[in-house]
Design a protein around this ligand. Structure first.
Ligand SMILES: Cc1cc2nc3c(=O)[nH]c(=O)nc-3n(C[C@H](O)[C@H](O)[C@H](O)COP(=O)(O)OP(=O)(O)OC[C@H]3O[C@@H](n4cnc5c(N)ncnc54)[C@H](O)[C@@H]3O)c2cc1C
Ligand code: SF4
Length: 511
């Protein structure tokens, strides 16, 4: 009987790739939302000309819908297709930054593309070791492009060697920061700090047009839809649209009930619906066994700073990209037994736009001042391990949506304060003055580095899964998205989710 993969985001395409390699038959289901034809046309028109030919009006039209996004909503290509509005998922979305996707390709249509493997020590308490994941990081790199270079971060993350890969060119601002960090290497090492070029899932051929946060006109930022295109070439692969509402395992098959009432039978089911939809599916399918699920989160914070060197060349003039430029890892047991991960962003158009929107109205005529400040702004995004972060408890509301409540973590404030003050020291060495008074923590879930609601365990108890992602009591249902991770390290989540989904797809029983 056919295997069914529910979801076509990064975890779905990864498990499907592994299953197809083993000669299995795969039917993939997803919510089916895609860019509309009008948006496709606009994207095509932008991609048809060289960035040097884009007029100010072209750029204004391309960027305006993203600037107008409501709070909490992330838009690309002027469309909300990839992110469900909060009220579709939650009875009370207020205070929760996490969102679900019903798109083909899932949230990877709009993600930040930062990719790192886990550090071995950060998963020492997992039931699988880094050696079990390492071959799958390599395997998924056959369909997920990774740009980056061999540098000081290599020793921290040996599970994925960067030899032979090339990195995107960093912005001139990032170049200056990296030079200064290199010159202070010894001091930084004493502070437990290593830094290097960001690792990004971006295809070769970047045009350095700077539109990464609005939607890449050439589709060079990896999206799972690119892997889906490859899956269509397999004779054993089928794909269709259909939201799954619940499942029931009965002997040698699993029955899936779709939103329109249709029932599909599968030999084995791989759930890759993203952590919120997976929670909803589990709660709807097993209301007694799992009345409440707890999502683990990676708390994050934005730390702005101003560089002290003269603005030259102007950072808002091409060529440049606006994805994370530099990764900084802090390994200091005084702050946390786990790595603290930071991503450094240099100039992007949101800086000036946000400053003018926030403060410009109060000071008429002050736009040039904010534009000038924006050209000096460098922002670090600091992430903590889930052990120091709040959790989000989810239960099923009578109308089928999720009812969330935040469970604060008493350690968050202290660990984040210590971590951001270490980052401020790093930024200072890099020639930037951190504006710690203006730092801004994200709402729970807003890092989108969230999961661990049904953590894998060697000896699962109710509410946990085995090392193949099967919730206790189920034989034929495997959870392969971030829901089955035992914890959420501060380093980026998706590379590990994809590798783990590939591992499960490679090991799942044959029958
Ligand atoms: C703005 C933003 C930036 C991010 N940046 C990064 C980053 O830089 N690095 C990083 O590691 N991670 C990042 N992430 C997180 C990353 O996008 C997710 O970890 C990743 O997309 C999860 O993949 P997934 O396949 O598990 O789920 P998703 O991408 O959520 O895909 C879910 C799939 O399931 C389908 N689906 C949902 N419900 C149902 C249902 N009931 N029935 C059938 N199909 C269903 C959807 O259509 C979709 O195909 C970011 C996320 C956001 C929003
Ligand atoms: S800079 Fe960003 S948007 Fe422009 S081509 Fe490169 S990846 Fe795409």
């Amino acid at each position: 009987m056919t295997d069914v993969v529910i979801g076509s985001g990064p975890s779905g395409v990864s498990v499907a790739t592994a299953l197809l390699r083993r000669g299995r038959q795969v039917l993939m289901l997803d919510g089916g939302r895609t860019l509309g034809p009008e948006t496709q046309d606009r994207k095509g028109r932008m991609a048809a000309s060289d960035p040097s030919e884009w007029s100010a009006e072209d750029l204004g039209d391309w960027q305006a819908p993203q600037f107008d996004s409501p709070p909490g909503q992330v838009r690309r290509y002027g469309s909300d297709f990839a992110m469900e509005p909060g009220q579709e998922t939650f009875v009370r979305p207020q205070g929760i930054g996490l969102r679900a996707s019903h798109a083909t390709g899932g949230l990877s249509n709009l993600w930040g593309a930062a990719v790192l493997p886990n550090r071995a020590a950060d998963m020492a308490d997992w039931p699988i070791g880094i050696d079990e994941l390492a071959p799958h990081y390599q395997a998924v790199a056959e369909f997920l492009p990774v740009s980056g270079r061999t540098d000081d971060l290599q020793d921290v993350f040996p599970a994925f060697p960067m030899q032979g890969l090339s990195a995107l060119s960093h912005s001139p601002q990032a170049g200056r920061i990296l030079d200064r960090l290199n010159r202070s290497k010894a001091d930084l090492a004493d502070m437990g700090v290593r830094s290097g070029a960001s690792r990004l899932a971006v295809n070769p051929g970047c045009r350095y047009c700077g539109q990464c946060l609005h939607g890449c006109p050439w589709g060079l930022i990896y999206s799972a839809t690119q892997s889906l295109d490859n899956l269509f070439r397999h004779a054993g692969f089928q794909h269709r649209t259909g939201l799954v509402r619940r499942f029931e395992e009965a002997g040698s098959h699993v029955a899936l009930t779709l939103a329109d009432g249709e029932i599909l039978r599968a030999g084995r089911v791989f759930v890759a619906t993203g952590v919120l939809e997976t929670a909803r599916l589990l709660l709807a399918s097993h209301p007694d066994q799992s009345r409440k699920l707890r999502l683990q989160d990676s708390q994050h914070l934005f730390l702005p700073s101003l560089h002290r060197w003269r603005v030259s060349p102007r950072p808002d003039q091409r060529p440049y990209h606006t994805l994370p430029q530099i990764f900084v890892e802090v390994d200091d047991p005084q702050i946390s037994p786990y790595l603290v991960h930071s991503q450094i962003y240099t100039w992007n158009e949101f800086y000036a736009h946000d400053l003018i929107t926030r403060y410009g109205a109060k000071l008429p005529g002050s736009a040039p001042l904010w534009n000038m400040l924006a050209r000096r702004l460098i922002v670090a995004q600091v992430f903590l391990h889930s052990a120091h972060s709040p959790q989000i408890e989810l239960s099923l509301a009578p109308d089928g949506r999720l009812s969330p409540s935040v469970l604060p973590n008493s350690a968050t404030h202290g660990v984040m304060k210590a971590a951001s003050s270490r980052l401020a020291q790093v930024l200072n060495k890099a020639g930037c003055t951190a504006l710690t008074f203006a730092s801004r923590p994200g709402e729970p879930g807003s890092s989108f580095h969230t999961g661990g609601s049904v953590p894998m365990s060697r000896n699962p108890v109710p509410g946990q899964a085995d090392t193949l992602g099967r919730p206790r009591g189920l034989e034929r249902v495997h959870i392969v998205d971030a829901s089955c991770l035992p914890s959420i390290p501060a380093t980026t989540i998706t590379f590990t989710v994809i590798a783990n989904a590939h591992r499960i797809g490679s090991l799942a029983p044959e029958d």
